[in-house]
Design a protein around this ligand. Sequence first.
Ligand SMILES: [Zn+2]
Length: 156
Amino acid sequence: MKFIAKRPTPAALAVLRQATAHFPRRKKASDGLLPSAAHMKASPNSDHNTGFAVDLTHDPKHHIDCAVIYLKLKKDKRVKYLIFKGKIWSKQKGETKYTGSNQHEKHLHISIKDECGEDTSPWFPWLAKPKTINKVRAKFPKPLPKKKETKCRNSN
Ligand SMILES: [Zn+2]
C-alpha cells in the first residue's frame, strides 16, 4: 500500500484551480483530489492516495470539455496517464480500453508523474489567460467533498 498523503500535490490542485479560474461557473460535482477511507480500502494503489491524481468534472456546457482536454493533455510532460470515457492513455502504452468498473463518463482522471508534483505551470495553455480576479477567487474554493467509494472504485 502506498503512503496516504495529507494534502494533494500542488500540481494536482492546480488543475482544479486553473480550470475554475478559466471558467468560474464550471460544475464541480465529480471533482476529486484525496480519497475517502472507503476509496483507499477499495483502491490501495490509487494515485489519489498519494496526492498525485486529480479528477476534473466533465462540463462541456461551461467549456470544460474533457474529451478535448484528454487529447490536449497527452502533450503535457507531467501526465503519467489519463482516463476518460472508457479509455486509458499513457505515453508508454498509448490508448487502450479501460477495464475498471468506473468508466469515467463524468470526469477526467489525471495521474501525475512522481517528479512533477510541484509543477503548477498552466495546465490549459491553449486557452486565453484567465482574469486575475478569477484566479484569486479560484484559490479560495469551498472545501471539496472526498471521493466516495462508489464513485471511483477500482478506478485508480
Ligand atoms: Zn480519479
